[in-house]
Design a binder for this molecule. Structure first.
Ligand code: CAA
Length: 257
């Protein structure tokens, strides 16, 4: 069985990280397989939204694989960090929106994976943390940047420097997750959100994701220029005509998708 399982449900791709016996820890095999699957999804316009979750009851992903890292040299550790960053950047820059359905522990590289997704729905059993400091290392898959962006410097520092876990309710209060739901409603909630997004104009959805992402790491003038360009692209679409006419004719829009 593959370490990444993909199930298609209409326009939604559900990816499951499948190493439940080690709490879905990310080893090189998982990272390379994720890279391959994401590169295929990127080119597949029939996939409108992606959901990422973990196999089993206990964990989303409990981090990078410590049994693999323990054997790494300095150079291998650096390259491992770069590979993880590359794969998570693929998620962030995927044209399709990505939802993390966090079903349990999201620690270290697992928390970083969830943070690279566009939205996070958490089970009330989920726990988040960056415990790398307890291993004598620091987050290496983009966590220092993404956690700081998401929760601000003071809370990011506290979580990274203490290595302590927080529960789903705390994560929601910090703005780290969009919504917390009962464990048995997790996938259903993530799918409902995915279907809602999949029903919109996909040109507008992709433009919105790109504009928000570009705004994050740039100044307001550049972000506005990018937004206006993408706004113009939406104006060229059939979906724009349909969306506006449907509003004026007081009927639901039928986007081409
Ligand atoms: N890597 C490798 N194996 C892991 C793992 C990881 N990150 N997390 C859990 N496992 C393995 C355990 O070794 C154990 O294997 P065995 O059954 O063969 O002993 C199995 O998964 C089940 O785990 P536990 O017995 O520890 O389960 P628990 O319920 O007692 O504890 C836990 C759960 C609190 C999540 C604990 O497993 C834990 O602390 N895991 C490590 C979390 C961590 O430190 N993550 C950060 C890794 S570093 C990183 O991610 C760097 C980076 O930024 C790129």
């Amino acid at each position: 069985m593959s370490v990444i399982e993909m199930v298609r449900e209409e326009g939604i791709a559900i990816l499951t990280i499948n190493r439940a016996n080690v709490l879905n820890a990310l080893n090189t095999e998982v990272l390379l397989e994720l890279k391959k699957v994401l590169s295929q999804i990127k080119e597949d316009t029939s996939i409108k939204v992606v959901i990422i979750t973990g196999a089993g009851e206990k964990a989303f992903v409990a981090g990078a694989d410590i049994s693999e890292m323990v054997k790494q040299s300095v150079d291998e550790g650096y390259r491992y960090s770069r590979l993880g960053q590359e794969v998570l950047a693929l998620i962030e820059n995927l044209p399709q929106p990505v939802i993390a359905a966090v079903n349990g522990y999201a620690l270290g590289g697992g928390c970083e994976l969830a943070m690279a997704c566009d939205m996070r729905i958490a089970s009330e059993k989920a726990k988040f943390g960056l415990p790398e400091i307890n291993l004598g290392i620091i987050p290496g898959f983009g966590g220092t940047k993404r956690l700081t962006e998401l929760v601000g410097k003071a809370k990011a520092m506290e979580l990274i420097l203490t290595g302590e876990m927080i529960d789903a309710a705390q994560a929601e209060r910090l703005g780290l997750v969009n919504q917390v739901v009962k464990a048995d409603k997790l996938l259903e909630t993530a799918k409902t959100l995915a279907q809602k997004i999949a029903s919109k104009s996909q040109i507008a959805v992709r433009a919105a994701k790109l504009a928000v992402n570009k705004s994050l790491y740039t100044d307001i003038e550049t972000a506005n220029a990018c937004e206006a360009g993408l706004f113009g692209v939406c104006f060229a679409s059939e979906d724009r005509k349909e969306g506006m006419m449907a509003f004026l004719e007081k009927r639901p829009a039928k986007f081409k998708n």
